[in-house]
Ligand binder design. Structure first.
Ligand code: PXP
Length: 240
């Protein structure tokens, strides 16, 4: 069965909106594991807009599955990841103004820097994947960096419909076959939801999907009735 990594960043987004203690992304992660998640993914962004360093530390201490740290390839983040030592890391491009990761890493343009960072983290026992678009040159270059695997950016597929989506899917299929043939482990992620995931999950070469926004969004909706009932029960007690 394909592995499902749950990205809990947006639990922290809600917490940070109030600079409060709750909701706790680690608590959400442990519940995700109870429901069958194969791993927990967090993106420790340089601007710390959602996940904080202490979240990653607590998550690594408490998760029973594996922690996948998404990170920019900067000297500061590489040093931090060496200290934190998650099981997995995924190198992503990062721009401060973006709402979420836009596009894959340009491995061809930054090969030397990425290769050095891969070696440093893999030297600490961390498996490294590179988040890239399904483009031949990027995949071949990812192999040259010594990375364990790649995470195919599925955003371009998710953001379009009809014939355009079919074309993006074909690119992903070709990219995953190429990557697997080169001996890279293949993951996928970004923009996947309950409606668009199936064709991606059917690609045999993909062994892991990392999904965040759609699952956190769904959890808010399916959890709403219970949350309201719990408050009503307390209020009812006050007038008994
Ligand atoms: N994979 C990577 C590399 C990402 O940057 C993200 C978003 O943080 C995801 C997966 C999850 O994307 P989404 O929240 O759209 O499911």
């Amino acid at each position: 069965m394909i592995r499902l990594g749950i990205n809990v960043d947006h639990v922290a987004t809600v917490r940070q909106a109030r600079l409060a203690q709750l909701p706790d992304p680690v608590e959400a992660a442990l519940l995700a594991e109870k429901a069958g998640a194969s791993g927990i993914t967090v993106h420790l962004r340089e601007d710390r807009r959602h996940i904080q360093e202490h979240d990653v530390r607590r998550l690594i201490a408490r998760a029973r599955t594996k922690v996948n740290l998404e990170m920019a390839v900067t000297p500061t983040m590489v040093r931090l990841a060496e200290r934190l030592r998650p099981q997995d890391a995924c190198f992503v491009p990062e721009k401060r103004q973006e709402l979420t990761t836009e596009g894959g890493l340009n491995v061809v343009a930054h090969k030397r820097r990425i290769k050095d960072a891969v070696a440093r983290l893999q030297g600490r026992g961390i498996q490294v994947a590179l988040f890239i678009d399904p483009v031949r040159e990027q995949i071949e270059c990812a192999k040259d960096t010594g990375a364990h695997g790649i995470e195919i950016h599925t955003g371009s597929y998710c953001n379009v419909t009809g014939a355009k989506r079919a074309r993006e899917l074909r690119k992903i299929v070709a990219g995953t076959k190429l990557a697997q043939g080169l001996g890279l482990e293949v993951h996928g992620g970004h923009g996947l939801d309950y409606e668009n995931v199936l064709p991606i999950a059917r690609i045999r070469e993909i062994v892991e999907l990392n999904i965040g926004h759609s699952i956190i969004a769904r959890a808010v909706i399916v959890g709403m009735q219970q949350a309201v009932r719990e408050m009503k029960t307390i209020l009812a007690r006050a007038r008994r």
